[in-house]
Design a protein around this ligand. Structure first.
Ligand code: BDR
Ligand code: CA
Length: 310
């Protein structure tokens, strides 16, 4: 069983990712940490606790993290997830309370207490993960893997033509994570835009229990603005990597230019498809697994059946 932490900014697809992790028998969710992204930190924190309340698993702790990106506060740059971050869906009020323990400290403590065993699934801007890596220099060697949803390796962005939302919101954090990590697994828009809610997911969830029906309503509302299940891909990858295919490479983040701010540049052994913005000293390491394809039918089956089993 894989022990994971989910660092997230719920967000409807984050909410579905959390439910998938709770339902999946291959995963043990150690805790959920929250970051500002789709909406502000107070709402992402509350929404994460609401999703946990919906699942009935209030033993899973939730922690509040960074309230802004490292360099530039971006404010509300998208309304994809609506005012409340859950596309207007009212979930049960949380019964958990704020422990006051910071998300960054939870990440560090959990990884240090379980060396080599914890996979961090980062499905929001990477602020908390970057701060944890800066605060604890040995974290990079103690974490099993960092599996993240972010970037667009060989396709267009979704917030600008060059950048994907999570990398665009905090490109400095993304740079720190790729620069510091021993290994990263990146699931960008190349793969996540192959997982389309409109291919029958809601119809399947409609026939399930109240958690499934709530997820269906939320998904329908979200799919009007964004039909793709980005964040669940990262969770499904850890639970069932054989559904996916990938290449090995390096990633550099553009955190300097106006035109390509938040863009990720890919280097692989055989190709350097896009010119990197900065000289790289790490060309030979190829420490990023760049996931590019998925059996999307099998993944949608997995999501629908997992959530219906809660
Ligand atoms: C990412 O941005 C957010 O809107 C989603 O939750 C996902 O993490 C997709 O670009
Ligand atoms: Ca997210």
């Amino acid at each position: 069983m894989e022990k994971i932490i989910i660092d997230c900014d719920p967000g409807v697809d984050d909410a579905i990712a959390i439910l998938l992790a709770i339902a999946n028998p291959n995963l043990k969710l150690m805790g959920v940490t929250t970051v500002a992204g789709n909406i502000g930190i107070d709402k992402t924190f509350t929404n994460a606790m609401k999703v946990i309340a919906l699942s009935g698993r209030i033993d899973i702790p939730v922690f509040k993290g960074a309230y802004r990106p490292i360099m530039f506060p971006t404010g509300s740059i998208t309304n994809v997830h609506g005012e409340n971050g859950l596309c207007g869906m009212e979930l049960p009020e949380p019964t958990q309370v704020d422990s006051g323990f910071h998300a960054v400290d939870f990440i560090i403590k959990t990884v240090m207490d379980n060396p080599g065993d914890i996979t961090i699934c980062a499905i929001g801007p990477l602020t908390n993960i970057a701060l944890a890596m800066i605060k604890e220099p040995t974290l990079a060697n103690k974490v099993k893997d960092i599996v993240l949803m972010g970037g667009a390796a060989f396709c267009s962005g979704n917030i600008t033509s060059h950048a994907e939302f999570n990398f665009y919101v905090d490109p400095h954090a993304a740079h720190i994570v790729f620069d510091t990590a021993r290994h990263v697994t990146m699931l960008g828009l190349d793969v996540t835009e192959k997982v389309d809610i409109r291919v029958g997911l809601c119809e399947r969830l409609d026939t399930g229990n109240h958690i499934a029906r709530t997820t269906s309503k939320m998904s329908r509302a979200y799919s009007i603005n964004d039909p793709f299940l980005h964040d669940p891909c990262a969770i499904a990858y850890v639970a069932n990597p054989s559904l996916f295919s990938s290449i090995e490479g390096n990633i550099e983040i553009d955190y300097l230019s106006k035109e390509k701010y938040g863009h990720c540049f890919v280097r692989t052994k055989s190709t350097s498809t896009k010119e990197a913005p900065l000289p790289s000293t790490r060309d030979c390491l190829y420490k990023v697994t760049i996931v590019l394809n998925v059996d999307s039918k099998a993944l949608l089956d997995l999501i629908a059946s997992s959530i219906a089993s809660l």
